[in-house]
Design a binder for this molecule. Structure first.
Ligand SMILES: [Zn+2]
Length: 223
């Protein structure tokens, strides 16, 4: 029922857009009709596109770090709740898992730093200043959010890699997954309180994915 469409190929990796993502864009475009100003309508659609370009770069960070350790990426898919890089394997050493997990947020920190450094040169108009500040905030927000230790999100994978060195892979996975499910409840509750459907869906997805990892069914998902 829900298909994905290929929208491009970057560094030899196919990038797909999930059909539910188009619903999000359609909804955003419709909500933008409330604005009279064409510039505001354009920004209303352009800012989510900027955010999701940043998400693609985040996923590329994971994919290229995995490639460095000899692991390919099947594809990157964009969902309304974020991007997923599907790796061909996740048989990493704890050090490798730490590096591959940290690579996504590291890309965002680097982009935020670049925006910060280039702002005095590029922010020549109020519009450019606004766009650069949004770019910087999106990158910082994405990096910090993904570092929340909610396994299997990046921070949770870093936690597991850290614990693996002392507890071994299986016990570390169980500990990280139970933290993931606790955070999933927090996401879901905050999503309900703030009426954020995305956060509720993310909570549900993290809960299911942490449960799946716990039962060792799937270990191939990178946010
Ligand atoms: Zn990530």
């Amino acid at each position: 029922m829900f298909k994905s469409w290929k929208i491009g190929r970057i560094a030899g990796i196919d990038v797909y857009l999930h059909s539910t993502f188009l619903l999000l864009l359609a909804f955003t475009a419709l909500s933008g009709l409330a604005y009279r100003d064409p510039l505001l309508q354009l920004l209303n659609l352009g800012l989510p596109l900027m955010l999701f370009s940043i998400v693609v770069l985040h996923e590329l960070g994971h994919a290229l770090a995995a490639r460095h350790y000899g692991v390919g990426t099947r594809e990157i898919t964009l969902y309304p709740i974020g991007g997923v890089a599907r790796l061909q394997s996740t048989h990493f050493t704890p050090e490798e898992e730490m590096a591959v997990s940290a690579a996504g947020p590291a890309v965002n920190f680097a982009l935020a730093g670049a925006a910060w450094g280039l702002a005095p040169i590029l922010a020549t108009t109020p519009l450019m200043a606004f766009l650069i500040s949004q770019f910087l905030l999106y990158n910082l927000g994405l990096a910090l959010f993904n570092l929340v230790p909610a396994f299997p999100m990046d921070g949770g994978r870093i936690l597991r890699a850290f614990l693996s060195r002392r507890q071994g892979h299986v016990r570390a996975t169980l500990t990280a997954a139970s933290w993931g499910q606790r955070f999933a409840w927090v996401f879901g509750l905050v999503g309900l309180i703030t009426a954020s459907l995305n956060l509720v869906l993310l909570g549900l997805f993290v809960w299911l994915a942490a449960g799946a990892e716990r039962s060792q069914v799937s270990r191939r998902w990178y946010f």
